[in-house]
Design a protein around this ligand. Structure first.
Ligand SMILES: C[S@@+](CC[C@H](N)C(=O)[O-])C[C@H]1O[C@@H](n2cnc3c(N)ncnc32)[C@H](O)[C@@H]1O
Ligand SMILES: Nc1nc2[nH]cc(C(=O)O)c2c(=O)[nH]1
Ligand code: SF4
Ligand SMILES: [Mg+2]
Length: 207
């Protein structure tokens, strides 16, 4: 039976929540509580969490409980990810978190309209479903996954859509890392407005 996810964002399909170290991008190395919401229809063939795609496999959970769970840990930052978290209205969840003094970070493809109150927005745009202008204009960080050579051009195009001062990252697609890292290193040395982001949690063997 299909989930009836209420539009007010008080119930959300929760796949998993875990306390770890942010492995990627600008906030790499910081302790954070991860909230992974189920549901994504963007369809990246190299996605490293395909188990998240079917929202119906993940129980509808009160946003109040999710926010309370985040408070149990000493780190005062939450990363909302998925799946594609912006499928849902995140206004209520992020208001609860911020009211408790927790910083709110999101990992998004930007393929859906922006909702929620965010201290940090990481936009990772995808060829399979373009980001909305709304999300691109609010991004603090643009993190483009490099799967093949054509992704550098894709990255430059998206760099024109984000605000001045937005941090720019190139991150190797995990299975192509060996091949792509040398190209990314050369690209960043020649185009130093970009920086390298690695999935450091995978090297550290942590969630
Ligand atoms: C699993 S996604 C979930 C959030 C959102 N759907 C998105 O794509 O931004 C979290 C981050 O992991 C990145 N990612 C997913 N699979 C990857 C892979 N195989 N190699 C490198 N990065 C990957 C995404 O681009 C995104 O930045
Ligand atoms: N440690 C850790 N850092 C991450 N940064 C983004 C992740 C994600 O899957 O959204 C992720 C993740 O799954 N684990
Ligand atoms: S948008 Fe994110 S969760 Fe969805 S398929 Fe792509 S990487 Fe996976
Ligand atoms: Mg991940």
């Amino acid at each position: 039976m299909a989930h009836q996810v209420p539009e007010d964002g008080t119930l959300l399909p929760l796949m998993e929540e875990f306390y770890t170290i942010q492995g990627e991008g600008y906030n790499t190395g910081k302790a954070a509580y991860f909230i992974r919401l189920g549901g994504c229809d963007v369809g990246c063939h190299w996605c490293d969490v395909k188990e998240s795609w079917d929202a119906e496999l993940h129980p509808l959970t009160p946003a109040d409980i999710i926010a309370e769970n985040a408070l149990k840990y000493p780190g005062k930052a939450v990363v909302v990810t998925g799946g594609e978290p912006l499928i849902y209205n995140l206004d209520y969840l992020t208001a609860q978190l911020q009211a408790k003094g927790i910083k709110t970070f999101i990992e998004t493809s930007g393929a859906y309209p922006l909702s929620g109150h965010w201290d940090w927005i990481c936009l990772s745009p995808k060829k399979f479903k373009s980001p909305t202008q709304q999300v691109a204009q609010k991004a603090h960080e643009l993190k483009v996954i490099i799967f093949n050579k054509s992704d550098f051009e894709f990255a430059e195009h998206h760099a024109t859509l984000v605000p001045e001062g937005c941090k720019l990252y190139l991150q190797p697609e995990w299975s192509k890392s060996k091949e792509m890292i040398p190209l990314i290193v050369e690209y960043v040395m020649n185009n130093p407005k970009w920086e390298i982001s690695l999935q450091t949690h995978k090297y550290l063997n942590i969630p």
